[in-house]
Design a binder for this molecule. Structure first.
Ligand code: FAD
Length: 384
């Protein structure tokens, strides 16, 4: 007789792997299916590893705060080094309007008890000595934010998930569902048919396609971003730098030095590049190199090792889509993580466990409202 799982997860990425671990840890049977050859091979490995709780809304703040607790205790709890470092985030402001946005946001963030403050240019230079002081008005600084390796974290979570009993099927693509009386009765792949009480769409940039297989449309679209990494050098940087200014061909960009001494960087193209094409362009590196050297001239001697392109699974308002679908009794979404799926992952996995098992904490329903699949999508996350 065919086995019926408590949960089938479609996608073994930033969300699917921690979800599998959480379910298996709680003794639920879980199967994860992914088209690719091993965990984290979708957008997860494209992430540059930035982790912050300093968002602008309660949902993302609380989920990320829990993620930070998990990332920061990972080595102690599970023995694996995921290169976590609490290097912090900073948003240096060179324009009056950016200073105002950041200072207004800072009040909201402090109301959520986030450790974030405003630094004068001189105070900021103490943290990031190479910063361009010309026109610098100050910077926000959140010392408890940080960074870790998506690759190491997802690998470690995968092995823990397997250890707890989760099953994974790689090189296998979900192609459809069998549906009866408003319920998904089985998940079809190119290799077989699987049965489960509940199904979770965690297919990232392909979340819309997977959802459409169940007859449900959701607004998640792949938005290409490029990134790169330098050769390691001795530690010289403090917090992650996020430059909010626009320039020709790009919006904001951000970079930090990881625990191995490599500077990792990423840029938001303008206009956006929609769709899934994974070849890095020749335009990206000259564009970001000029901008990085402008804001931190000391970077000019770094050697770039490689660049790559990936996709943010974007929603129109910049908030994730997490919740149960009304059209089907046992179909859940955990998609649309935008540029923050890695940092949200472990905290979101616990929230998804409580959602599916209906074992809510007091704040959960309020948090989930922000991620409601049926919201009007007219709002805007300030830093999506
Ligand atoms: C350049 C770049 C830099 C980034 N930097 C950061 C950062 O610093 N911090 C941060 O938090 N986030 C960052 N992100 C965003 C982050 O990578 C994503 O938000 C996150 O990986 C999304 O997680 P996910 O689990 O939804 O999707 P993924 O990790 O992509 O996982 C989805 C999985 O579903 C599988 N799948 C899809 N369709 C099917 C199907 N039909 N059948 C079977 N399997 C299927 C895919 O193969 C894939 O493995 C960055 C992204 C990019 C591109």
């Amino acid at each position: 007789m065919n086995r019926t799982y408590d949960l089938i997860v479609i996608g073994s990425g930033s969300i699917g792997v921690p979800v599998a671990m959480e379910f298996a840890r709680n003794k639920q049977s879980v199967l994860v299916i992914d088209s690719l050859a091993s965990p984290g091979q979708g957008q997860d490995k494209k992430a540059i590893g930035g982790i912050r709780a300093t968002h602008s809304d309660k949902g993302k703040i609380l989920v990320s705060q829990r993620s930070i607790e998990i990332f920061s205790q990972w080595k102690e709890l599970y023995g694996d080094d995921i290169q976590w470092q609490a290097n912090g985030y900073s948003f240096p402001a060179y324009r009056e309007k950016d200073e105002k946005i950041l200072k207004d946001l800072l009040k909201i963030q402090q109301n959520f008890n986030l450790n974030i403050k405003w630094l004068s240019p001189e105070e900021y230079r103490e943290l990031n000595p190479g910063i361009n002081m010309e026109g610098l008005r100050g910077s926000s600084y959140s010392p408890e934010d940080g960074s870790a390796s998506p690759l190491l974290f997802t690998q470690s979570s995968y092995f823990k998930a397997e250890g707890y009993g989760a099953e994974f099927r790689f090189n296998e693509t979900v192609t459809g569902f069998e549906i009866e009386n408003g319920n998904i009765t089985s998940v079809k792949t190119d290799k077989g048919l699987y049965y489960s009480a509940n199904v979770l769409n965690a297919a990232g940039a392909y979340g819309k396609n997977v959802s459409q297989m169940a007859g449900v449309d959701i607004p998640v679209n792949p938005d290409s971003h490029e990134a790169g990494i330098c050769e390691p050098v001795r530690p010289f940087m403090g917090p992650m730098v996020v430059d909010m200014r626009e320039a020709s061909g790009s919006k904001n960009f951000y970079f930090y030095q990881n625990s191995e001494g490599q500077v990792v960087f990423c840029l938001t193209p303008d206009p956006p590049i929609w769709g899934i094409k994974n070849r890095a362009t020749s335009a990206f590196l000259p564009m970001i190199a000029e901008r990085m050297i402008n804001i931190m001239p000391v970077l000019k001697n770094l050697k770039v090792r490689r660049t790559w392109r990936g996709q943010y699974p974007m929603t129109p308002d910049g908030f994730p889509i997490v919740g149960k679908m009304e059209e089907l009794d046992n179909f859940y979404q955990a998609v649309g993580m935008c540029g923050q799926g890695f940092m949200l992952g472990p905290g979101m996995a616990e929230l998804i466990y409580r959602l599916i098992t209906k074992s809510y904490y007091s704040d959960d329903l309020e948090i989930l409202k922000n991620f409601d699949p049926y919201r009007d999508f007219k709002g805007q996350e300030i830093f999506k």
